[in-house]
Design a protein around this ligand. Structure first.
Ligand SMILES: Cc1ncc(C[n+]2csc(CCOP(=O)(O)OP(=O)(O)O)c2C)c(N)n1
Length: 210
């Protein structure tokens, strides 16, 4: 939480952006992967509002971060241009403290490290990292959250649970209906919600999914 950042975007703004990108992607004009998301807009807006995520905060995301960049305050046209330029799965806007990566698990430690620096340099701002439910099952997620809890770092790990990892049912893989952290002390640094993504995992479902 830092300088004021009043969210001006609505659920429809986020939906319309994804629809516009979907329409452009369908023409073949984007020569790179895109991962579209719909169904979690209200959860994301609430998280940004409840935590007053503002300019001094850091937002980390993965391959599906269009909405995160918009909510963090990156201008719509700037996000759109980055997607058109083929950067959808690794959106980075350093001047807005938005950093994303297409690699599963790759930013878990980065978010903890940035939070460690913010705390030890006595700076305002927090780190927020968004990931999927299968990503939250990785060892590196567990290590990073454990460190964040034990050193009480200013970071939140936000798990957006759509029940899938590409096309795999995550519950089948976990052997459990609940994520591993449910009912543990690690929930202190985790925000968790469930949603149904009405888009395929990647693209529009016509070609390979990865
Ligand atoms: C290291 C690595 N392995 C595999 C992939 C391919 N991959 C991309 S997204 C994804 C599924 C991740 O599932 P989840 O964390 O639940 O994310 P979501 O369903 O929300 O996209 C995989 C395996 C990757 N990007 N990086």
């Amino acid at each position: 939480m830092a300088s004021e950042n009043k969210i001006m975007l609505t659920k429809d703004d986020l939906k319309d952006f994804e629809q516009e990108i979907a329409d452009i992607f369908a023409t073949g004009a984007i020569r790179a992967p895109v991962h579209l998301r719909a169904g979690r807009e209200e959860h994301l807006i609430k998280i940004f509002e409840d935590n007053a995520i503002g300019p001094d905060d850091y937002v980390f995301g993965h391959w599906d971060s269009h909405e995160l960049a918009l909510l963090k305050g990156v201008p719509r046209e700037e996000v759109k241009q980055a997607v058109l330029d083929g950067k959808s799965i690794s959106l980075c806007f350093p001047e807005h403290n938005v950093f994303c990566s297409g690699i599963v698990g790759s930013l878990m430690g980065t978010a903890a490290g940035v939070a460690w620096a913010l705390k030890n340099q006595k700076k305002s701002g927090k780190a927020y990292i968004f990931c999927g439910d299968m990503s939250s099952e990785t060892g590196v997620f567990h290590e990073a959250v454990k460190y964040a809890v034990h050193f009480d770092l200013p970071v939140k790990y936000i798990v957006c649970d759509n029940g899938l990892s590409v096309m795999t049912d995550t519950r089948e893989v976990w052997g459990s209906a609940d994520p591993w952290f449910k009912g543990t002390k690690f929930e202190e640094k985790i925000i968790y919600f469930q949603y149904k993504n009405t888009y395929p995992h990647s693209g529009l479902g016509w070609k390979i999914k990865f």
